[in-house]
Design a protein. Structure first.
Length: 320
């Protein structure tokens, strides 16, 4: 076999091996996620933990522009809001509670939104014009409801609420969220139970929650509109898709995300190259040298293992 044929055969073998590994990884991700595709690309900086007045910086464990986020199917019981997370000390992506992926305003043909679930509102089944918020019952954080008094009695209950709910010191920036329950109830054609959601980044979202403007205006996200919950990330590599589709990197992309992506690609491409052109020849050369040294070693001396000759009968003497 010529060197060219050997190189082609080796390339095909490597390509098939790589394809098989990729297919196996995708099958594992699909089995875990329960959704296809099992990952989404983050297209905005709404979940970044930027420092005001400073350039955006990518962090491992925080959702940044260009990250690939693994999603998993989830139901109401398995999703913890920010309020729930504070009580159970449960955090994801640098803050309390789960980050959910949902369809804005229930429109499944729109790009899903990936934001943190802050609190779950349950439509009061008696009045159908107020909300119950059971998670506030044992919530150790500060909150209040306006109007503060009803019939000259101070209100601090978690049920039958229809005013403005204030949640204090929320999220990475310790913001105060004003959730206008009365506005949601008044402007929604059919009030429903659902999540109040918000992006982490104070520069783009917090303290304005999604249901206060066009993302999901006056529409708490019901569990049926939740595509899944975020359960992991591959940082930076989603930038390849965004650049391919748009011809440029999104404006709020952290500069070190691009740098880290380039370094990662160089490493991933460089490792097979180094193995094929440096490590493999070295190992083959070392093996050949060892075999040559074994051939040059002198043969061990051979010992005569034949039995000794019989004694001469004529030379025997008998003792008297």
């Amino acid at each position: 076999m010529s060197e060219q044929e050997s190189a082609v055969k080796g390339f095909l073998r490597d390509a098939l091996t790589a394809g098989a590994i990729v297919a196996l990884i995708l099958l594992i991700l699909l089995a875990y996620s329960g959704i296809w595709p099992p990952m989404v690309v983050v297209e905005s900086g709404s979940m970044q933990h930027d420092i005001p007045g400073k350039p955006a910086v990518s962090h491992i464990g925080v959702i940044d522009t260009g990250d690939l986020v693994l999603i998993k199917t989830a139901d109401r019981a398995s999703i913890q809001t920010y309020i729930d997370g504070v009580k159970s000390n449960y955090k994801t992506y640098g803050e309390y509670g789960d980050v959910i992926i949902y369809y804005p305003n229930g429109e499944r043909d729109q790009i899903p939104i990936i934001h943190r679930a802050i609190v779950y509102l349950e439509l009061n089944q008696t009045t159908e014009r107020s909300y119950d918020i059971p998670s506030l019952k044992d919530y150790p954080g500060n909150w209040s409801i306006e109007p503060y008094e009803l019939n000259h009695e101070y209100i601090h209950r978690w049920y039958d609420l229809s005013g403005t709910l204030y949640l204090y010191n929320i999220g990475y920036y310790n913001v105060t969220i004003e959730i206008h329950l009365d506005t949601i109830l008044r402007n929604s054609p059919e009030p429903n139970s659902g999540y109040i959601t918000m992006g982490d980044n104070a520069a783009t979202n917090a303290p304005v929650y999604d249901q206060a403007f066009s993302i999901s205006l006056n529409h708490p996200v019901p569990p049926s509109e939740v595509k899944g919950v975020a359960r992991g990330e591959i940082p930076w590599f989603g930038l390849l898709k965004l650049y391919t589709e748009n011809g440029h990197i999104p404006p709020r992309t952290p500069s070190n995300s691009v740098t880290n992506l380039i370094i990662s690609i160089i490493v991933l491409l460089g490792v097979p190259f180094v193995y094929d052109f440096a490590i493999t020849p070295y190992l083959e050369k070392k093996q050949g040298k060892d075999e040559q040294e074994e051939e040059e070693l002198p043969a061990p001396p051979e010992f005569d293992r034949s039995p000794p000759p019989p004694e001469d009968e004529g030379n025997r003497t008998e003792m008297p």
